[in-house]
Design a protein around this ligand. Structure first.
Ligand code: MG
Length: 216
């Protein structure tokens, strides 16, 4: 299949399986209006996250890298009424916007936005675990550290998910200089080789890496 047709198939999937409702459309407009970098996930990735969370009956989920709360809203909608998503954002302004949008989406009871550097907050988060799923979408340089933390804090059968697993194609570079690219490459290696994981990268626009912790 050529690249154009492939892109059209992506649109076909999004339209059929992941149409944005009014809340998500408003959110996207809001994020665009605020000059938020366009690095939030695609609707079909949001839907993929929902499918994964439902498949493991996820109730306790951590997200590293909130941005404007777009992915948090997709994920929170796949949790039951007793579910909880803790999402970490380093930028206080973005965290505030995310809180506002989550509230407007009627999900304030399910989502807690915490402000700080993810690496600084992981110790406290560990005490509240283990978790059913961990979605990593923060600074790419720290992905290997986030991976190690995730493995230590997931339940059996839980999911570690990493966004931007292709790093815009950078993962193909042999001797990448960019620390973020190197971080993703190392994350992918650890994900692929870990004896306790069954894992893969789903080739969405920029790749979603998924590993499930085997049951002993
Ligand atoms: Mg991302």
């Amino acid at each position: 299949m050529d690249a154009v047709r492939r892109k059209e198939c992506g649109r076909y999937v999004a339209e059929l399986f992941a149409p944005e409702d009014d809340v998500l459309q408003e959110l996207r407009r809001e994020l665009a209006a605020r000059d938020m970098p366009e690095i939030y996930i695609d609707p079909e990735e949001g839907r993929l996250l929902q499918v994964l969370l439902r498949a493991v009956d996820a109730r306790r989920v951590v997200e590293l890298g909130t941005l404007g709360g777009y992915s948090a809203i997709w994920m929170a909608r796949a949790l039951g009424p007793d579910g909880k998503l803790i999402t970490i954002e380093k930028d206080p302004e973005r965290a505030e916007l995310a809180r506002d949008l989550v509230e407007r989406a009627g999900l304030a009871d399910l989502v807690e936005v915490r402000v700080g550097q993810a690496l600084d907050l992981l110790g406290g988060l560990a005490e509240e675990g283990p978790y059913d799923a961990i979605f990593i979408d923060a600074d790419k340089e720290s992905y290997p550290a986030y991976f190690d933390w995730s493995i230590a804090n997931l339940r059996e059968g839980g999911l570690v998910i990493g966004d931007n697993a292709f790093k815009g194609g950078g993962v193909l570079e042999k001797n990448a200089a960019d620390p973020g690219t190197r971080g993703i490459q190392e994350f992918n290696r650890r994900l692929a080789k870990h004896p306790q994981l069954t894992s893969i990268i789903v080739p969405t626009r920029d790749g979603v890496a998924i590993g499930v912790v085997k049951r002993s």
